[in-house]
Design a protein around this ligand. Structure first.
Ligand code: ADP
Ligand code: MG
Ligand code: MG
Length: 897
């Protein structure tokens, strides 16, 4: 007989490495309980149970019984039963997936309370009826909205109305009679909405709440969040059932959140918010003003000291920044949650190095702890502090960056304006999960309430959006779509503001931005060396450079770009596109080449292009002296150099009409018609051009090799690699190589020099992949052109499909991310793998690189490392990111855990 699946785990049965099964929250509760920290007893229902429930639409066999067993032993341990009338055990039913999804799913507190047990709860709390009814109204609101589908706004409004009636803004001013009244109102709202009474039976409440948490995995906002964060949609959530502890039983109780370090800067210290006489979400929901965590020392020194001690223990145990939820129940501290906390990019680098200096982790681990995406964020520009700027408010620096945009006050406007191409800044009093689509669309988020742990701050940091929160001096009026600063500046919808998430400053109008310190460091400016962040980046990069196997080159077409790439750490150029050198003023020369009717005309045009091309290349070879420069012969469809067929036809017709016939225009029109293609991307381009237009590739080879000779004569060390694009068969390559060899001989004789250079090819057609063995015999190197290879493999054109159907494909989950952004490992990746094997088998020292857009994409870089390429090539600005990710790829492979 097969063992039935186990669905429910006691805290003592789990640990922090079981996030897959127990969710992050459950796994870490288990870890803390097993560390001996004060965690209220409970158990966890696994993600496996959730997946089974979601696919079958009902609880899997055995789950209900297993829950009963665990509930029994919890009741025995606590000495009371769920909802027991005279002394009720109450529990929270909490969602928690493998990856944290702040505020996305549901939690219900105080499960087990009913009309009877509310009295028992009061008696047990020294007759504190206010506390008991406060707990009950919270259960009704959370259960009503989460489980029974009542609009949470209805409960919220009833509470606000009552406060207004009592002429107060503080929920603590409501007395027991008020709360009793609120309970009655909530029950009526539930009855009106569902047609049924609120379920009084404790176990029914529990079962329904568990179900609702399972279901919350698939709410619209959770789906949107996962897509944004690239979290797989089929993981499911675990459910933690935890005995309640109460922070809402008086001023000697309270609830709080804390970080072991500042998640914005990485600085060590006491970071967090605390709220007396409050429960659960109150502290982040901004219902009352919280106090800084440091104030807890005065309020309740014992709990504070214990918390500090636990925080240190957690940081040492997790060897990382932890964030924490806790509650104080009448002077007794309880730990309710911890996890390795999200942090800004800046904090990530600083913390990684601080932990190394404290001896908690080594440099290998420090490199694994930061990401290329975080490095990218640090390379964004900052505001110019010397510029004229009008400071209108200062809030908390919740998520760094310098953002300029039009103020908008609601999510739908943010989305609409962003879609039409505006940069927008979403301004709210505070945000909640319904604002997510607006936060995704916005460049930045500004709130007037809430601290560094508020919803806005947490979500913005997670998404890498700039955020200033808690700018309390701003009077935000969402209904009027405007805010007013304390100094009297009014900002209305559409007005441009600038916000600095690194300092928390808010400015009127547009503030000019300057390069980031990290970029200035890469550029070689010495004066930024003393900065702690720059220092951390430098240490991490140096270690990544030591660790990596992949070399990093840049795609660069001009001497300036090449020089910049070199400063950023590129060790050569993986793609120098010669066609860019044909544009601008030189376009007419290309036209002449194409319409030439005799070989003399053709040669004249080529002869004029030659010196220009050669001079460009001299500059690039000079910038990259001593390092390889891969120069690709002309690639794009010729029509890109020619006038538009329709426009030219009209022009010629008008000229004919006037009687001033231009022979040149007629010839050009003939050529444009002759060369017109329905599918230019599949037409006359790449090596095909070189074969069809006599002398074109020979001229290019001559330009490259004359530039090489010139550099040699100037005492340089040029290392050109000539790359043939769009090769499908080895015969094409052979034809072109014959030309190149002939030209090389001529130049060697003319200059009395030995030229050393390589000839290789791009692999960007599926046919070339399959013929990699034969092609390798004629090519000294392959460079995977993953943009074309992706188009040709999927059979869609990048220029057209991203706008037309990709969004539907992304929505339907056919892609997690566009295959042009991140390499499609299962399709295109397998082709590359095949080509690498065939190519290396035919020529063991075949040099392999990649020069598509994917060369700067972290996930793709890890794949290229895995299949054994020698280098990646990416845009100059991405070079540091590629260096870091190449180092991480090497170290991830070596990671012991
Ligand atoms: P989230 O994932 O949104 O943080 P949680 O499951 O952590 O949701 O719960 C929401 C709030 O309720 C948190 O502030 C948490 O600390 C609090 N809470 C959860 N369980 C309990 C409990 N057993 N006793 C007291 N407070 C609890
Ligand atoms: Mg929450
Ligand atoms: Mg929580």
């Amino acid at each position: 007989m097969t063992q039935p699946t186990k669905y429910v785990y006691d805290f003592s049965e789990g640990d922090k490495d079981q996030r897959d099964l127990l969710g992050g929250k459950g796994a870490n509760l288990a870890e803390m309980a097993n560390l001996g920290l004060p965690v209220p007893p409970g158990f966890v229902i696994s993600t496996e149970a959730c997946r089974a429930y979601l696919s079958a639409g009902k609880e899997p066999d055995g789950l209900v019984d297993e829950m009963s067993e665990h509930l029994d032993s919890l009741e025995r341990a606590m000495g009371k039963q769920l909802g027991q009338p005279d002394d009720p055990l109450l529990v929270s039913v909490r969602s928690g997936a493998k990856f944290s999804m702040p505020g996305m799913m549901e939690t219900v507190l105080n499960v087990g309370l009913n009309d009877e047990s509310v009295a028992g709860l009061a008696r047990k709390a020294d007759g504190d009826e206010r506390f008991a009814f406060d707990s009950y109204r919270r259960l009704l609101a959370m259960f009503g909205s989460t489980v029974l589908g009542v609009d949470p706004a209805a409960f919220h409004e009833a509470l606000e109305d009552l406060k207004k009636e009592r002429k107060t803004e503080n929920d603590l001013d409501l007395d027991v009679d008020d709360l009793r009244e609120l309970v009655a109102t909530y029950k009526k709202q539930i009855k009106d909405h569902t047609g049924d009474d609120f379920p009084q039976e404790p176990r029914t409440q529990l079962d329904l709440a568990v179900r609702a948490v399972f279901d919350s995995w698939n709410t619209e906002r959770a789906v949107l969040y996962r897509r944004q964060e690239r979290i797989p949609g089929d993981l499911g959530t675990a459910v933690s059932v935890v005995s309640m502890v109460f922070g809402n039983g008086g001023m000697d109780s309270g609830t709080g959140v804390a970080f072991t370090r500042d998640p914005a800067s990485g600085a060590q210290g006491v970071w967090g918010d605390y709220l007396q006489n409050a429960q659960g979400e109150d502290v982040v929901a901004g219902i009352r003003n919280t106090v800084p965590l440091a104030d807890l020392e005065d309020i309740d020194k014992d709990s504070y000291d214990e918390l500090m001690h636990i925080m240190q223990k957690l940081e040492e145990h997790y060897q990382d920044l932890c964030d924490i939820e806790f509650t104080v129940e009448r002077g007794k501290l309880w730990m309710l949650q911890t996890r390795v906390g999200k942090r800004t990019a800046e904090a990530a680098f600083r913390i990684a190095c601080q932990l190394v200096d404290q001896g908690l982790i080594d440099m290998d681990e420090a490199v694994r702890r930061v990401t290329g995406d975080q490095l990218t964020q640090l390379m964004f520009p900052r505001f110019d502090s010397d510029a004229d700027r009008e400071l209108i408010a200062k809030g908390m620096n919740a998520s760094p960056g310098a953002a300029v945009g039009k103020a908008v006050f609601d999510s739908s406007t943010a989305v609409a304006w962003a879609e039409r191409g505006d940069d927008v800044i979403l301004v709210r009093r505070e945000t909640n999960p319904d604002d997510l689509s607006g936060m995704v669309a916005a460049r930045a988020i500004l709130t007037s309430r809430g601290g560094k742990t508020s919803h806005a701050a947490v979500v913005a940091r997670g998404m890498g959006r700039t955020c200033v929160c808690g700018a309390e001096s701003l009077d935000v009026d969402v209904a009027q779509k405007q805010f007013v600063s304390r100094g009297g500046v009014t900002v209305s919808e559409g007005d441009v503001i600038s916000i600095d998430g690194t300092t928390g400053e808010v400015f009127a109008d547009e503030v000019p931005v300057v390069d980031s310190l990290v970029v200035r460091h890469f550029e070689g400016e010495d004066e930024v060396e003393s900065d702690e962040l720059v220092d951390a980046v430098q240490r991490v990069m140096a270690h990544a450079d030591d660790a990596r196997r992949l070399e990093v080159r840049a795609n660069a077409d001009t001497p300036d770009d090449a020089a910049r790439a070199r400063r950023f750490g590129a060790r050569g150029i993986g793609l120098c596109r010669t066609e860019h050198m044909f544009l601008g003023k030189r376009k007419s020369l290309v036209e002449a080449l194409i319409v030439a009717e005799s070989s003399e005309e053709q040669e004249d045009a080529l002869a004029e292009l030659l010196p220009m091309q050669r001079d460009d290349l001299v500059g690039i070879l000079e910038s990259m002296d001593g390092l390889p420069v891969t120069i690709r012969l002309i690639d794009p469809p010729l029509h890109e150099f020619l006038p538009d067929l329709t426009e030219l036809s009209v022009e010629v017709a008008i000229e004919d009409d006037r009687g001033d016939k231009s022979r040149r225009h007629h010839k050009l029109l003939g050529a444009v018609k002759r060369l017109h293609e329905q599918n230019p991307m599949l037409g006359l381009r790449g090596v095909r051009l070189g074969i069809v237009i006599p002398g074109l590739f020979a001229m290019q080879a001559r330009a490259i090799l004359e530039a090489t000779a010139a550099r040699l004569e100037a005492g340089g060390d040029p290392q050109p690699e000539i790359m043939i694009p769009l090769v499908a068969t080895v015969q094409e390559l052979e034809l072109v190589k014959t030309d190149i060899t002939r030209v090389a001989k001529e130049i060697e004789e003319e200059h009395g020099l030995d030229l050393s250079f390589k000839v290789g090819t791009m692999i960007e057609l599926p046919r070339a992949v399959m013929a990699s063995g034969e092609i390798a015999e004629q090519a000294e190197f392959f460079s995977y052109g993953t943009n074309d290879l992706t188009q040709m493999t999927w059979g869609f054109s990048r220029d057209d499909v991203e706008a037309s159907f990709f969004s539907t494909y992304l929505e339907k989950g056919i892609f997690g991310v566009s295959p042009f952004e991140s390499l499609d490992r299962d399709g295109v990746g397998q082709l590359i793998r095949h080509s690498v094997e065939k190519g290396r088998a035919a020529r063991p020292d075949l040099h392999l690189g990649i020069c598509g857009e994917h060369g700067g994409d972290p996930d793709s870089i890890h794949f290229f490392d895995e299949v054994g390429l020698d280098y990646v090539s990416c845009s100059p600005f991405r070079v540091p990111v590629a260096r870091l990710e190449a180092g991480r790829a090497a170290l991830m492979g070596r990671a012991s855990d």
